[in-house]
Design a protein around this ligand. Structure first.
Ligand code: ATP
Ligand code: MG
Length: 353
């Protein structure tokens, strides 16, 4: 493994995942990918609530994956993260960094003193009085929720080189597949509990929304509907594609009704967010949707989303622009983990600015 390398660490609700990339003259190489399943409830809505088992899973992840060091770029996404388009007075970047807390104190629904702030400039413009302004995306996360995850990672023996919003990680991993025919698209990473929606134009984010919903909602609905334990519901959900494994035709019908209803709720929520985007960005036309995340594997989801939004919906490939190193994964395993790698790949891609 030559040259500089970076590790992206995604602490998800169901799984911890790490990716190591190396940056060489010939391009960027995927050196390692690994994941370890977390015990139920240890991470809730993006936040570590039970650090001991999560730290144990992280140590297991390191020993099983053969990562070459312990410095990580850590992803955050939770209910307390706010991403909003704001106009600020034009000023140089250093001054902006210093004044950001004062400039945004009134717009944030949380205490700036308890927040981690970031600002991504998008364009220079002028306000009604003709004064120069900087329009961009403000990111604010509650310090407490970020700290809980950082502390847990440190307890496991790793050091956190940087913290980054998982939405931006998805953008870095998938936002380069646009070409002459597509420049504005929505990237949607669907996890167990968290769905990241990023609309971008040629790699520049114009809208970010974090929804607190995902594949686990479907599993929970199934477990309740069929009165079976969550692990059984999860297995049934994943078997729908190969309906042979489900049991009698009556069971299958019942299962499909439950899954279809829940999938439709999810699709309605996502398309509602895209409608909101369209209404607040008149003149910007979405051309397609790229999906990633384990939740995007749900049978029927892609077709429903395409029908609802009348847009092409495709699987995003976070490995499209990477060389594949000696990961120890065969081609079938690589294909399996492809949709799962968007967040950790994007986190590692952001390691060097
Ligand atoms: N074959 C499949 N069919 C349907 N759903 C699937 C399939 N495989 C995985 N999933 C779902 O994907 C979800 C997990 O996705 P992922 O690993 O991206 O989430 P996570 O990163 O742990 O969670 P989050 O991002 O919400 O914190 C689970 O809800 C699981 O049920
Ligand atoms: Mg995730």
């Amino acid at each position: 493994m030559a040259g500089r390398t970076a590790i992206g660490l995604d602490v998800g609700t169901s799984v911890v995942r790490a990716v190591e990339l190396s940056f060489g003259r010939g391009g960027i190489t995927l050196e390692r990918f690994g994941q370890v399943v977390l015990p139920d409830g240890a991470v809730r809505d993006g936040q570590v609530v039970d650090p001991v088992p999560v730290a144990a899973s992280l140590r297991q992840l390191w020993s099983a994956t053969g990562l070459s060091h312990k410095r990580v770029v850590l992803g955050v996404a939770n209910q307390q993260v706010i991403v909003r388009k704001v106009d600020l007075p034009a000023m140089d970047p250093a001054e902006l960094r210093r004044s950001l807390p004062f400039l945004v104190a009134d717009i944030l629904p949380m205490d700036v003193g308890q927040s981690v702030l970031d600002f991504f400039p998008l364009e220079e413009a002028t306000d009604e009085e003709g004064a120069p302004i900087l329009r961009g995306l403000l990111v604010a996360a509650s310090r407490e929720t970020v700290l809980a995850n950082v502390t847990c990672v440190e307890q496991a023996g790793m050091s956190v080189q940087a913290v980054d919003l998982t939405s931006f990680a998805v953008l870095r991993a998938l936002g380069k597949q646009t070409g002459p025919d597509v420049d504005t698209e929505a990237l949607i990473d669907i996890g167990a509990r968290i769905t990241n929606i990023v609309v971008h134009r040629g790699g520049v984010p114009i809208f970010v929304r974090i929804l607190l919903m995902g594949g686990q909602d479907v599993t929970d609905a199934l477990a309740e509907w069929l009165d079976v334990p969550p692990t059984r519901a999860e297995a049934l959900k994943q078997q729908i594609a190969q309906s042979g494994g489900v049991g009698s035709a009556k069971d299958l019908d019942q299962l499909l009704v439950a899954v279809t209803g829940q999938t439709q709720d999810f699709v309605d929520e996502v398309s509602g967010s895209l409608d909101y985007f369209a209404a607040s960005n008149p003149g910007v036309r979405l051309q397609r949707i790229l999906l990633s995340g384990g939740g995007s594997r749900l049978e029927g989801l892609r077709d429903r989303l395409a029908a609802e939004t009348r847009l092409p919906v495709l699987a995003g490939d976070p490995m499209a622009n990477l060389r594949i190193g000696r990961t120890g994964l065969d081609p079938a395993q690589l294909d399996f983990v492809r949709p799962l790698a968007a967040v950790p790949v994007g986190l590692a891609l952001g390691a060097f600015g």
